[in-house]
Every structure is written in structure tokens, then in C-alpha cells.
Design a protein around this ligand. Structure first.
Ligand code: OXD
Ligand code: MN
Length: 601
């Protein structure tokens, strides 16, 4: 019989047998259930501080905030080490790494063997979605890391209540994480969608080890969504409140480094706030979408917190995110300001501290900072993070906890394109909108290593997160269109068009509200649009530029469609579809052909 340090939170045989099986393999000294209580959470924080895993920050300035540093070789998600282990390779598809499940279980079992020796196994029962709602799904993560426990307590609803809601455990997601040696060569993030299982080993970095997030809420959930007729998407959800108090909801998918968290927490420009417009954040990263009884698409944010990128977050770019991090937050790999025991990151303000420990744990020399070598010269790692509670966000929507979710009026796709994509366009219908999502792309920036301006296709911003064959995922989007009588309209935006000197033309940030305004007007047939080869484009006069130092001519330019560069893009899309392989639906090829024909006219 398995022995726990504290009272087991379930008597489900299914769950207890599985824990026993895992414990037999990893061989922990102790097994502790995470109940979510204040007392247990505080005791774990104290323990982590005593071992150096966490450092307590200034209680007056940053109450209940902590700092953690990961290993230097373990600072980001690792797509190359992430596997989808379906029985056949075809079911994982060409875009995913695949391993045979049997082979993978065997390989990882060897790595896990006795890996918890001398350590504690923490058992975290957690929910993605509001406990008890139709959307909610449950999981248990076993981990040997207090950092993981404390992050999961922010990012998910976790603890005794959840264990109770899990009942006999039917269908729960089985997650096993072991820090082991943080050995890159033996780092694996493996998903077994056919077994509801996630195994992660040799990492301690958030995206690889907070198994509720990318692993469950996107990879496993996308697989379940296809099977069960719903969608798990890499989307923010926001609500635009009108002066009359009515709120309309938008979900939006962007690849990383396109300002998703900023858009989710947008503060509208004066021209709007003066009239009484407000924007509310429901989620900044993941949306689960289901067809409601009313035939509309309803969305929840299955998470409970934000795992946001710190650098670049400041009073101007995202005051709401900054305010969210001022309490109850775990900072990872940011600079540690010794004078007042606070944190600092590049782009927080102009006061780079003199007396600072960098993300590697070394004394930081701010005079050596080199924009071209941020990883080695900055105080904070470029991918340093804050883990913060959604409920601490000043603009969190009152619907955040609503188990029914919010009805979505518009789905927005976006990418970072210097020239090709206009500021905004609307797809002709759901099928064409799905095609628009499937051809999403971003150009690499000077900030990333490698060539600048290389187009990376990232369908629906889900390239690293679809838990099955990307071609089948496209088909699932098309199929969903037939199941949503009152479907959202689908749009594409691009905040990143540049002039000939490479400067961004559109101001972005809060001014993106002006584009959301047009989008919502289109959803209600309140504004006309111009039909073009790629979709419906606004008349320049219909983008509100009140208070903006931009002319209607500039907007006209931002909305222009250069057919030659689009035709070039068509070739790139053909190559990408070929790479996705033979499960790309014929309908998508038909849409591509139709686009090419319209462009060639
Ligand atoms: C994230 C990501 O951390 O998309 O949200 O990488
Ligand atoms: Mn993300």
C-alpha cells in the first residue's frame, strides 16, 4: 500500500494505482499531496527559500513575491525535444516530432528510474477551467520541484477541492515531471494523447514543466477537442465594453513575440476612454472554445494566471501586466536588485541598477550590455518570466470565473509581416477564415538569432502546440464551421508593417483598439468594406484616427495589398502545405487556388 505524508485527497483507485506505479519507478523518499491551503503553500515557500530554490523579495514593495533562477541551460521551451507519441507516425504528422509510445515509455522509464531518490514527490490535483464547469478537465501532476508546485498553484486551480471534483478520476490527465539532472541531451517533453499522459524529464523551465499549460491545455486538449467536438487554441480572450455597458468578446491568436499579453490587457486611447470604452482581459494565452446552446462559440481561459515575458513590460507597454506582478508573483530569471531586494528587467525603465545580480546569478555589469548578445549581457534573460495571478490584474474581466465562458464575436489571427499583410482584413466566411489561419506567418526579427525577415509559417499560432497531425487540425477547423450556426467572423491583423527605413508605421499597443473597433463594427454589419483578392478590407476613413498623428493616406498605405508579394507568399504556402503532408484538406488547396486566381486577375 502506498504511504503518503499527509492525507490522500482522493480514494479513486484509478488515481491511487497510477501514483503507486509512478512512485515505484521514481522512488521518492516521501509523497505529499498538495491541498492548496495557505499553510501548506507558505511552508513550501519557506522550505524553498531555505534551500535557495527561491529568494523572498522585498515584502513592502513586492508582497508575497519570490525570485527563482533556472539552470543556465534550461531557459525556454524546447521544440526539438518535444514529442507527440501516437501509435502511428502519421497521426502525429510531419510538423511534430514523433516517437513510438512503447519505445518512448521504455526510454523515459530508464531516465525516471530512481530519479526522486532523496527527494519528495508532490502530487498536484489541478483543473484546467473552472471546477465543475462543462469546459473543465482535470489532471494530476507528479513533480519533485517545489517551484513547479508553487507555479501550478498560480497557473491552475489546484488542491483539495479539485481532487474532490475529480471523483473516480475517469479521464484524468496523468502528468509526471522529474528535474533529474537538467541534462539537455536527455531532456524530453513527451505527450501520449491516446493515453492522456504527459512525461517531462530533465527540465525545470516553466513551459516544459508546468504541465497544465502548453502540454495539457494545448497539445493534449487539442487532441481531445478534435475527438469531442470543441477547440483548444493558442488565443487570448478580451472583452470590449461599450459606453452603454454592453461587452463584445474577441479571441486572437498570434505567434510568440507579437504582443499577445499586451493586446489582452490593452488600455484604449483617450479618444475611446473619454467616451466610456473599456477593455477587459479574460485570458492572455489559451482559449477553449465550445458551441453553446445558442449556436454561438463560447470561450473560457482554462488558466488561473499569467506566465508572461518580463522584458519589455513597463508602465507604457502594459501597465496592467506590470500592476499584476506587484504581489503574489514568482519571477524567473530576471535581474535581482540588491539595494532594495526587488527585480529589474530590460525595458522596465531607464534606471538600470548598479547593484544587481543577473539571471545567471552573477554580479551584473550594466556597462557591458550589448543588444546583440542579450543572453550573455542582460540583467534579465530575454525569456525571463513572471507567474502572476489573473485575479490580481486590474483589467481582469468579471466573466473570468464564469463557468459558461464568454460568447465570441470575432476571431483574430495575426502575424509579424513587414510588407505583405495589411493592417486588417476580414475573411469571406468561416471556411476562408480557417484558410487564413492556416497560412498565418511571422517574419523573424533582428531580436532572434538567424537571418532577419525569414518567414516562418505558424498556422493559428499552433505550430508547436497541435497534439496531432496538422492536416487533421485544419480539417477540424473546417468541420467546426459546420457545427456553429452563429459563428464568429474571422479576421487577420498585422501591427508590424514598416516603412522604407524599417520603422513601424502603425503605433500599436493601445491604438490597436481602433482596429478592434472596426472589427466589431463589421461583426454587427455597421460598416462597409472593400472586397479584395485576400478578403474584405476597411475603407481608410473607417479606421478611427481621432487623436492619432497619422493621416488617412498613411492608413490607406497600411491597408494596401501588394499582389506581387502575395503571389510570392502563395508559393511559400504551397511549400508549407507540402511539408504538412497529405492530410491537408482538399478544401484548403481549393482556397489557395482561389486566392492565387483572384491575385492573378
Ligand atoms: C508562451 C509561448 O510561453 O507561447 O506562452 O511560448
Ligand atoms: Mn503562448
Amino acid at each position: 500500500m502506498i504511504k503518503f505524508e499527509n492525507k490522500a485527497l482522493t480514494d479513486s483507485k484509478l488515481i491511487l494505482d497510477w501514483i503507486e506505479e509512478m512512485a515505484d519507478m521514481v522512488n521518492p523518499d516521501k509523497i505529499v499531496w498538495i491541498d492548496g491551503s495557505e499553510e501548506q503553500t507558505q511552508a513550501l515557500k519557506d522550505e524553498a527559500c531555505s534551500t535557495g530554490e527561491l529568494e523572498k523579495l522585498n515584502e513592502e514593495i513586492l508582497p508575497n513575491c519570490y525570485l527563482h533562477r533556472t539552470a543556465i541551460n534550461d531557459v525556454a521551451r524546447v521544440e526539438g525535444r518535444t514529442f507527440i507519441c501516437t501509435r502511428t507516425k502519421e497521426d502525429a504528422g510531419n510538423i511534430n516530432n514523433w516517437m513510438d509510445p512503447k519505445e518512448c515509455y521504455e526510454k523515459l522509464s530508464k531516465l525516471y528510474k530512481n530519479s526522486y531518490k532523496g527527494r519528495t514527490m508532490y502530487v498536484i490535483p489541478y483543473a484546467m477551467g473552472q471546477v465543475g464547469s462543462d469546459f473543465a478537465k482535470y489532471g494530476i501532476e507528479l513533480t519533485d520541484s517545489i517551484y513547479v508546485v508553487l507555479n501550478m498553484l498560480i497557473m491552475t486551480r489546484a488542491g483539495a477541492e479539485v481532487a474532490k471534483a475529480m471523483g473516480n478520476g475517469e479521464g484524468f490527465i496523468k502528468g509526471l515531471h522529474a528535474r533529474k539532472d537538467i541534462d539537455e541531451e536527455n531532456r524530453y517533453i513527451c505527450h501520449f494523447p491516446e493515453d492522456n499522459t504527459i512525461w517531462s524529464v530533465n527540465s525545470g523551465y516553466g513551459g516544459n514543466v508546468l504541465l497544465g499549460k502548453k502540454c495539457f491545455a494545448l497539445r493534449i486538449a487539442s487532441y481531445l477537442g478534435r475527438k469531442e467536438g470543441w477547440m483548444a487554441e493558442h488565443m487570448l480572450i478580451l472583452g470590449v465594453e461599450y459606453p452603454n455597458g454592453e461587452t463584445k468578446y474577441i479571441s486572437a491568436a498570434f505567434p510568440s513575440a507579437c504582443g499577445k499579453t499586451n493586446l489582452a490587457m490593452l488600455i484604449p486611447p483617450k479618444a475611446y476612454t473619454e467616451k466610456g470604452y473599456k477593455v477587459w482581459c479574460v485570458g492572455d494565452d489559451i482559449a477553449w472554445l465550445r458551441v453553446g446552446k445558442d449556436g454561438r462559440l463560447w470561450a473560457i481561459n482554462p488558466e488561473n494566471g499569467f506566465f508572461g515575458v518580463a522584458p519589455g513590460t513597463n508602465e507604457k507597454s502594459n501597465p496592467n501586466a506590470l500592476a499584476t506582478t506587484m504581489r503574489d508573483t514568482i519571477f524567473t530569471n530576471v535581474g535581482h536588485v540588491l539595494d532594495d531586494n526587488t527585480v529589474w528587467w530590460e525595458g522596465l525603465n531607464d534606471n538600470a541598477p548598479d547593484n544587481c545580480i543577473n539571471w545567471k546569478g552573477e554580479k551584473w555589469d550594466k556597462t557591458k550590455y550589448d543588444k546583440k548578445d542579450k543572453v550573455n549581457t542582460s540583467a534579465a534573460h530575454p525569456n525571463s518570466r513572471f507567474t502572476a495571478l489573473a485575479k490580481n490584474c486590474p483589467c481582469i474581466s468579471k466573466e473570468f470565473d464564469n463557468p459558461a465562458g464568454v460568447p465570441i464575436s470575432a476571431i483574430v489571427f495575426g502575424g509579424r509581416r513587414a510588407k505583405t499583410a495589411p493592417l486588417v482584413y476580414q475573411s469571406f466566411n468561416w471556411q476562408h477564415g480557417s484558410f487564413v489561419g492556416s497560412i498565418m506567418a511571422s517574419e523573424t526579427t533582428a531580436a532572434a538569432a538567424g537571418a532577419v525577415g525569414v518567414v516562418r509559417r505558424d498556422p493559428m499560432a499552433m505550430r508547436p502546440f497541435v497534439g496531432y497531425n496538422m492536416g487533421d487540425y485544419f480539417q477540424h477547423w473546417l468541420d467546426m464551421g459546420h457545427k456553429i450556426p452563429n459563428a464568429p467572423k474571422i479576421f487577420h491583423v498585422n501591427w508590424f508593417r514598416t516603412d522604407d527605413e524599417g520603422h513601424f508605421i502603425w503605433p500599436g499597443f493601445g491604438d490597436n483598439m481602433r482596429v478592434l473597433d472596426w472589427i466589431l463594427q463589421r461583426c454587427e454589419d455597421k460598416v462597409e468594406a472593400r472586397e479584395t483578392a485576400i478578403g474584405y478590407i476597411p475603407y481608410a476613413k473607417d479606421i478611427n484616427i481621432d487623436g492619432l498623428d497619422i493621416s488617412v493616406d498613411t492608413i490607406e498605405g497600411l491597408l494596401s495589398v501588394d499582389k506581387a508579394s502575395w503571389l510570392e507568399d502563395v508559393e511559400n504556402i504551397k511549400a508549407f502545405y507540402a511539408q504538412v503532408g497529405d492530410r491537408v484538406p482538399k478544401t484548403m488547396y481549393d482556397e489557395l487556388k482561389a486566392l492565387e486566381e483572384r491575385l492573378s486577375k
